[in-house]
Design a protein around this ligand. Structure first.
Ligand code: HEM
Length: 554
């Protein structure tokens, strides 16, 4: 009798869950079907059961298996060049979203309406940041934290940090020199360590020496990230994942809290000391400036809630600031190797601004960081690399009554669906970027009379509007310093051919069998072997194996 009751209860529960699932699925698909009937642009192979999931698969099959899915979306976008907007229904894997890749529509979403961040983005960032952070917050909460951190990332504060960046880039340079004649290495590993060392210094004033020695924060963050995915169910459903991530999150939070307490004591000591010790004013880290602003609100002690929220922001800075910048720096070397005529132009520019001897640039950059602004060709080169290899986009939620205009002038309703702003497609949109597939840094140097002159709304690697990237000045400074201190006398060339040969020779029986049955997997994305993957900030595939050598002409 008891067994019957248990079975009956379990059956009722199961039916309730199934009923709920079917009802939710039906309600969602019905709404998409209504939009479909109203003529909203979307792939016609939509299904009540799988939405558009199988549509994307067709495009995913045409790119290497580990390439970022955004490239499959970019290829699909070309079918909607007349609208520059189309709807994809990935539910239940992902919310249904408009993919948007026209500058005017994006301006409306990000600048005019500044639509809120999606709950999906907040949930997927939670394990990384440990709580709400700038990237996912909305409304007044976001405004408060953004204004607290803005001074720390201001142009002035970032120029003050150039000497720190120079120190870290010099270590990076030394490490490259050590690799000359020593065989293949992963450039991505080197750039990731560089950018982490910089962000630790700039945000926490932590002289970590991370390029040469392990450090507790990146180690714990790395463990969280190795158990993290934005979509992969094999990782998301692993029962150990929450425990590993929570433990490492606590390690990071404890460390940051101690740092906050130390900075608070330093600020108090500086405030109470009326006598100047004659020392030059110390460069203030992002967290010191944020703490000062917090104390200016009349606070006197480190409130637990403030400490917890501040730790989440710092965790975001470490995450957002490292991978993206590291990946772009790799692609800058990739472009330098592919475009020797530009490498020569950049070298000439650096000779002109800093003198012929590379070593002189070190002192000049430390003493007069604003000299960076005289390197116009270098900046144009970086911008063109960011256009072709943009590592991030943005996702926004829809709101009742909001519409977005497609290229034909039709208003597409955003009551129910949000938007995925696809930079990879926007930056190659041939309507707004003449000769879109070519690497032409001169686009960023010519005036409006030239057809290459870009529409300012079309270049958005850091997004635009109120929610633009807080770290972009830091990025431009860091990348410029790295190029200036390495490109005149060092050259990096990719080693994918040797890497592939080595991997081929190590292929076991299982690997060979898979090859025979399934064929050789694709190795290039539209001809580029160094394509971007979905890991972190779109890291280059296989870590960009490469060789370093002295430049020929020194
Ligand atoms: C090449 C490097 C980088 C690129 C391409 C990049 C790109 C972006 C993009 C596209 C956004 C908007 C994201 C969205 O709306 O969801 C963003 C936001 C953000 N980025 Fe970056 N980023 C880079 C480096 C950095 C660095 C070094 C930091 C430093 C700490 C940083 C911190 C942030 C933060 C905090 C936000 C959220 C801003 C807000 O909503 O108020 N990023 N970034």
């Amino acid at each position: 009798m008891e067994l019957l009751t248990i079975l009956f209860t379990a059956g009722v529960l199961l039916c309730t869950c199934l009923g709920y699932l079917v009802r939710t699925a039906y309600t969602h698909r019905r709404k998409i079907n209504e939009l479909r009937k109203r003529g909203v642009p979307m792939p016609k192979e939509w299904s009540w059961v799988t939405g558009h999931l199988l549509v994307l698969q067709k495009y995913v099959d045409k790119i290497p298996p580990d390439a970022a899915v955004a490239f499959a979306m970019r290829d699909l976008s070309q079918e909607y060049a007349d609208q520059e907007i189309f709807l994809m229904d990935f539910w239940p894997v992902y919310p249904a979203l408009f993919t948007v890749f026209g500058p005017n529509a994006i301006e409306k979403i990000c600048n005019k309406y500044n639509l809120p961040k999606t709950a999906t983005a907040a949930n997927s960032m939670q394990p990384v940041t440990g709580g709400p952070s700038l990237i996912s917050m909305n409304g007044d909460e976001w405004k408060y934290w953004r204004s607290l951190f803005n001074p720390g990332f201001s142009t002035g504060a970032m120029l003050n940090n150039v000497p720190h960046i120079v120190d870290s880039v010099l270590v990076f340079r030394e490490k490259l020199i050590e690799k000359i004649g020593k065989g293949m290495f992963s450039l991505d590993e080197f750039t990731t360590k560089l950018t982490m060392e910089v962000i630790l210094k700039v945000t926490l004033d932590d002289s970590s020496n991370y390029q040469r020695a392990p450090h507790i924060l990146p180690t714990a963050l790395g463990r969280i990230l190795s158990w993290h995915s934005f979509w992969d169910p094999r990782i998301l459903l692993n029962p150990f994942r929450p425990f590993v991530q929570r433990y490492n999150g606590q390690v990071i939070d404890t460390y940051i809290k101690k740092e906050l307490e130390k900075r608070l004591l330093e600020i108090r000591a500086a405030k109470s000391s009326t006598v100047s010790d004659g020392q030059p004013k110390a460069i203030k880290s992002v967290i010191t400036l944020a703490l000062e602003a917090y104390l200016d609100e009349g606070e006197n002690v480190l409130d637990e809630r403030f400490a917890k929220f501040a730790a989440s922001q710092i965790r975001l800075f470490l995450f957002a600031g490292t991978d993206t910048t590291a990946s772009i720096l790799v692609y800058i070397y990739h472009m330098l190797a592919k475009h020797p005529e530009w490498r020569t132009k950049l070298r000439e520019e650096h000779d002109e601004v800093f003198g012929k001897r590379s070593i002189d640039a070190i002192g000049l950059l430390r003493g007069t960081p604003s000299l960076l602004n005289n390197c116009k060709l270098t900046l144009a080169f970086i911008k063109e690399t960011l256009r072709l290899y943009a590592p991030a986009g943005t996702m926004r939620a829809g709101l009742p009554g909001v519409t977005v205009t497609d290229l034909q002038g039709n208003e597409q309703p955003m009551d129910y669906v949000g938007a995925n702003v696809l930079h990879q497609a926007l930056h190659l949109n041939p309507r707004v970027w003449p000769r879109a597939h070519e690497f032409l840094p001169e686009r960023f140097l010519v005036g409006p009379e030239d057809e290459l002159h870009p529409d300012p709304a079309a270049f958005r690697p850091f997004e635009q509007g109120p929610r633009n990237c807080i770290g972009q000045t830091l990025v431009y400074n860091e990348l410029r310093v790295a190029v200036i201190l390495t490109c005149r006398d060092l050259e990096i060339t990719d080693a994918y051919d040797d890497f592939d040969r080595e991997r081929e020779s190590q292929l076991g029986a299982w690997g060979r069998w898979k090859r025979t049955v399934f064929g050789e997997p694709l190795k290039t994305l539209h001809g580029d072997r160094a394509y971007q993957t979905d890991s972190g900030g779109a890291h280059p595939v296989d870590g960009y194996p490469c060789y370093a050598k002295w430049a020929k002409d020194i």
